[in-house]
Ligand binder design. Structure first.
Ligand code: ZN
Ligand code: ZN
Length: 487
């Protein structure tokens, strides 16, 4: 047994020393995929024979490790795949436990499915945080807010949402969080960036106007609370057709967009550049030349994946005719082979896919398709994958988020954020006055029918009901943080 191990060990060492010659694995797989040779070759091997000798599968001597030869054997990841210095626990990301390095970028997948939503996958949303204290959201799909909160980012600190296009799986949680953001202390305008459409009524501005109308009852109702400027939305609508158009240029951060082919005009991809680090989110669309151009050499390239490109399997799984999937993919989306091709052309340090329904049986097929072209670092971006990026290292972890008790304390977190950013921490917090008290929104007879609290509170704890918000109310933040409260 020992001899055999030794022999095998020597053999693989010899393999390492042998210069790589002939067709590369990528080229070979490419050819095999095109001609179906690989499947035929694999099928021709008697069971068990493929693994009889290490390195002698159907690819024979041309089999190489995708990341190159590293003594010690086995498949190894690139040398830059290691924890960055700011990482506290290499195993998991614990929100608020670590401070992002000054030269570092953190990318968190707070939702990853288009449809259907799942227990473990919210609608697509990618949060990008930078070492200069800035935070951006790319798309804001259904259910992502629970992960934003889980990441200890209070709603009041949500802003700078970049919508890639107006399919609802990319912005469904905006109407949900918008009034609650204001209610929980977000008294400053919410900033939303998004593309124009073919006509003004198809653009992001029109969507926001429509959303405000949809929320009219709710917004007015919450006007009995302090709201300040929290209902204001600064919409930065930009021309969807601009190639490389600058959407944002602030604090050394430049975000550009380009049009994508997604069956209707008004879909864009984004590229963020800051401090010699870069991130691309293509969002939805067919594989296209512009994405190759703007994705070239990026640090982290994230694209969508039409993981359903196995029509027959989808029919079995979801009972939907394969034609419906095939038509959707062939007019709107990027399949696994195309993802591999795009990565190979753009050559990112890390290629990632998100916006797909994760199924363990399909995932393996997706990887096979991607690997037919791409031999670099690859990962899935699912809920809640966290990627740390510096010039020297890239590291991926899953965030450890609370389950049933997920919550975040808005005011303490606001103070903590100011401290982290080295900004002066305010001593007091002044609340804006409510604009429309409930007396102006509700018929008195409905208040009159309320049961007197004295009828249900024990006498010892009965307090004067607070039915009118105090004018010019202000709190001592240190008392609030110390948990002293106010009686
Ligand atoms: Zn989508
Ligand atoms: Zn879409």
């Amino acid at each position: 047994m020992a001899n055999e191990d030794e022999r095998e060990g020597n053999e693989s060492r010899r393999d390492e020393e042998r210069p790589v010659s002939g067709t590369s694995r990528r080229e070979l797989l490419k050819g095999a995929v095109a001609t179906g040779v690989m499947a035929a070759g694999a099928a021709a091997l008697p069971a068990g024979q493929a693994s009889a000798h290490r390195g002698e599968g159907p690819l024979g001597d041309s089999l190489t490790n995708p990341y190159g030869g590293i003594p010690g054997g086995g498949i190894s990841l690139p040398s830059y795949y290691r924890p960055t210095p700011s990482v506290v626990s290499a195993a998991n990301y614990f929100p608020r436990v670590e401070t992002l390095g000054a030269d570092e970028m953190r990318i968190s997948f707070l939702g990853s499915t288009p449809y259907p939503p799942r227990e473990d996958q919210a609608g697509t949303c990618i949060m990008v945080e930078l070492g200069n204290g800035k935070r951006f959201f790319f798309d804001f799909g259904s259910g992502c807010v629970r992960n934003v909160i889980g990441m200890q980012v209070p709603a009041q600190m949500i802003s700078d949402i970049f919508i890639s296009h107006l399919h609802v799986d990319h912005y469904a949680d905006i109407p949900y969080v918008y009034p609650f953001r204001a209610w929980s202390g977000g008294y400053t305008p919410l900033r939303i960036h998004g593309p124009s459409g073919r006509t003004p009524e198809l653009g992001t501005k029109a969507m926001v106007d429509g959303m405000k109308q949809m929320l009219r009852w709710h917004l007015e109702a919450f006007d009995c609370f302090p709201i300040g400027d929290g209902y204001e939305i600064e919409v930065n609508e930009f021309d969807y057709s601009k190639e490389g158009g600058v959407v944002l240029d602030e604090d050394g951060v430049v975000i550009r967009s380009w049009p994508r082919s997604h069956a209707k005009d008004g879909a864009v991809g984004y590229r963020l550049d800051w401090n010699d680090l870069s991130f691309v989110w293509t969002s939805d669309g067919r594989p296209d030349e512009l994405s190759l151009e703007y994705g070239k050499g990026v640090d982290v390239f994230v694209t969508e994946l039409a993981g359903q490109d196995v029509g027959q399997l989808m029919q079995y799984k979801y009972g939907i005719p394969p034609q419906l999937f095939n038509y959707t993919i062939d007019t709107h989306h990027t399949s696994h082979y195309a993802v591999g091709k795009i990565f190979a052309e753009t050559n990112p340090r890390l290629g990632m896919v998100t916006h797909y329904a994760a199924d363990s049986d399909i995932d393996a097929e997706m990887v096979a398709g991607i690997r037919a072209y791409w031999q670099g670092l690859f990962q899935f971006g699912v809920d809640v994958t966290v990627i740390n990026v510096t010039k020297d290292a890239i590291w991926s972890r899953e965030a450890a988020l609370p389950g049933k008790s997920g919550n975040v304390q808005p005011f303490p977190e606001m103070v903590a954020a100011a401290e982290r950013a080295g900004e002066p921490v305010p001593k007091t917090f002044d609340f804006p006055n409510p604009r429309v008290p409930r007396e102006k929104q509700q018929d008195k007879k409905y208040r009159d029918m309320e049961i007197d609290p004295a009828a249900y509170y024990p006498k010892q704890v009965l307090r004067d009901p607070l039915v009118e918000w105090p004018r010019d109310f202000s709190i001592d933040l240190s008392a609030l943080l110390g948990g002293e409260g106010d009686d």
